[in-house]
Ligand binder design. Structure first.
Ligand SMILES: C[S@@+](CC[C@H](N)C(=O)[O-])C[C@H]1O[C@@H](n2cnc3c(N)ncnc32)[C@H](O)[C@@H]1O
Length: 211
């Protein structure tokens, strides 16, 4: 076998858990690579909700979907990802089977517009709290760009803080590489009885920037 890189591993996890008819979240649609993969996986009866704060990314994703005739299976939201739970209907929330984040900047664009610790943590907590148990919340973490260390530390701290009885955490990382490649942290709620998670959601609610 060839050990997959981080994004390929994220797609493999999605393929294990997601079927046509499911609802899925792309928390950072960027140029639409993950969105297209998700749309292909859930079509023709499922749906992708994809988020980005840059209109350029929303347009790039739309163009990519249209080329593959996948746009009917996607709703693009030009807003920050922590609002996903509030834009989905109750039926959609219970039908979510995976969520994926690709942290960092839009490739080929302004490297100053990057994902931030506050919205990333608020979104991960909100997804774990709102979506059903056993739904992987997959975070692909990049090194090297300004701000990446703080964001990585925030996600790692969250992983350490969550009690294992309530949330399982998987790390997938290619080690001893010359460059530091991206790696994956996947969070998965174990059940619906999650008092610590609820307290954390409350404690971190101030991180949300708009309602
Ligand atoms: C690494 S790129 C995503 C790449 C994408 N998954 C792809 O396949 O092309 C990260 C994206 O996150 C977006 N982003 C930054 N902050 C965000 C936020 N709070 N909510 C949603 N998207 C955000 C950036 O605009 C950028 O397009």
């Amino acid at each position: 076998m060839t050990l997959p890189k981080a994004v390929a591993f994220a797609h493999w996890m999605i393929a294990q858990n997601v079927r046509p008819g499911d609802t899925v979240i792309d928390a950072t649609c960027g140029n639409g690579g993950d969105t297209a993969f998700l749309a292909d996986t859930v079509s023709p009866s499922g749906h992708v909700h994809a988020f980005d704060v840059q209109s350029e990314a929303i347009q790039a994703t739309y163009d990519r979907l249209q080329k593959k005739s996948l746009e009917p299976y996607v709703t693009l939201h030009h807003c920050s990802h922590e609002y996903a739970a509030s834009v989905l209907t109750e039926a959609e929330r219970t039908n979510v089977r995976a969520a994926v984040f690709n942290l960092g900047y839009l490739p080929g664009s302004d490297k100053k517009i990057v994902t931030s610790p506050s919205s990333t943590i608020a979104a991960v907590l909100s997804y774990l709290h709102t979506f059903p148990p056993d739904v992987p919340v997959i975070v692909v973490i990049y090194h090297g760009h300004p701000g990446s260390n703080a964001e990585r530390a925030a996600v790692e701290n969250l992983a350490a803080e969550l009690p294992e009885q309530e949330v399982r955490v998987l790390r997938y990382s290619l080690e001893f590489q010359e460059k530091t490649p991206p790696y994956v942290l996947t969070f998965e709620k174990t059940g619906n009885d999650t008092p610590h998670l609820s307290k954390l959601v409350q404690a971190y609610s101030h991180l949300s920037t708009k309602g």
